[in-house]
Design a binder for this molecule. Sequence first.
Ligand code: HMG
Length: 394
Amino acid sequence: EYRFMSVGIDDISFYSSGLYLSLSTLADHNGEDPDKYRVGLGQERMGVPAPDEDIVTLAANAARPLINDGNHDRITTILFATESSIDQSKAAGVYVQRLLGLGSNCRIVELKQACYSATAAIQMACGLVARKPGDQVLVIAADIARYGLGTPGEATQGCGAVAMLVKDSPRLLEVHPETGCYSEDVMDFWRPNYMDTALVDGKYSTIVYLKALRQSWKHYRENAGSVDFGDFSRFCYHLPFTKMGEKAHRKLAVTNGVSMDAELLEQQIGSGLLYNRQIGNSYSASLYIGLASLLENDKEDLSGKHIGLFSYGSGCVGEFFAMTVCNGYREHSRREQHLAMLEQRQELDYQTYAELFGHSCPQDGGEHYFPEMAAGHYRLAGIHDHKRIYSETD
Ligand code: HMG
């Protein structure tokens, strides 16, 4: 039995663009077998940002459903995790605070370490709440994964944001204090300040990911005492593409002398892969969109069960940690909201996708006014005088 103060995730909401590209359309254009993407990478679709969407609008759309009269003034901190930053100085969370109409007595900061930083944000949020129960922390992770047209990473692009409310006596998940970390200075994936697409050594990145998993798990076991693989009912992994999660889970099982057949694999990680298969890589948001997918789609009642999570960010930092699912979590599911958002997306043909790719994330310092394409409540209307102008739709 774990004994610690009950702190964790009270609510989760995510958002992706209203536009997507089917990976079979991409395969046709790139002259690849569609099964390479569908089976080999485990991806069906990828979210494509409209020109009037960025990490701020994705984040504000994700967080909007979480805010109500009860918590509006209790959110004392906003932690915004991203590697698609829009400014070297100003934290994206400051725009989000205004767009959501949150109280002004709030500390706000942006965090970066590739796809890992949302996990650092969760740990920091739990620390803040444990120190002062009653406070609530809004953790947001938002990213746009861009590798470039015709690159090997292209099929693993995507975009999305997830917002989580961290508080005491949470309704969804208690976060355990024990964790295992691994960090190493490697160049598997990075994006210099002068580039708007990532540089990646793809095969190497998958090897480092698995090494960081093994090492984080080893450290976790040193910290967590007698806990082992069999204590977890479900596992969630950072998902650059869903096949990576399957590979990671098989690797962890082998490391622990557990034989993993297709049925056990499906039971332990399958329901956590559904949303990411439709969205693509959302970098820092990806692990937590997977967590929402697990809670909202698993057929079994997971109340009281332990979930093992592995967060990975290239460069690299990995962390293995654990959560316990709260009794009654199903009453607070946002499954309908999330499924409706995914179903209402509009499919793009290849030509439109390629044109949009050239128009999103402008970094030329010029004046821009964007056509109204974003499907969500918030949009980036333009950039004037080097200032971003956000607006709300009805
Ligand atoms: P690639 O060279 O395009 O693909 O690169 P491949 O030839 O390795 O094929 C992919 C898989 O499809 C293989 O499966 C093939 O066998 C299979 P595997 O052998 O690996 O199990 N395949 C087929 N399966 C069925 N039917 C077919 C067929 N053809 C082939 N007809 C790669 C793939 C992932 C390297 C590339 O997409 C890439 O560079 N992606 C970006 C990097 C990445 O996602 N890395 C993941 C680990 S690092 C990480 O997760 C961090 C990250 O999120 C960034 C951050 O932290 O900020 C990326």
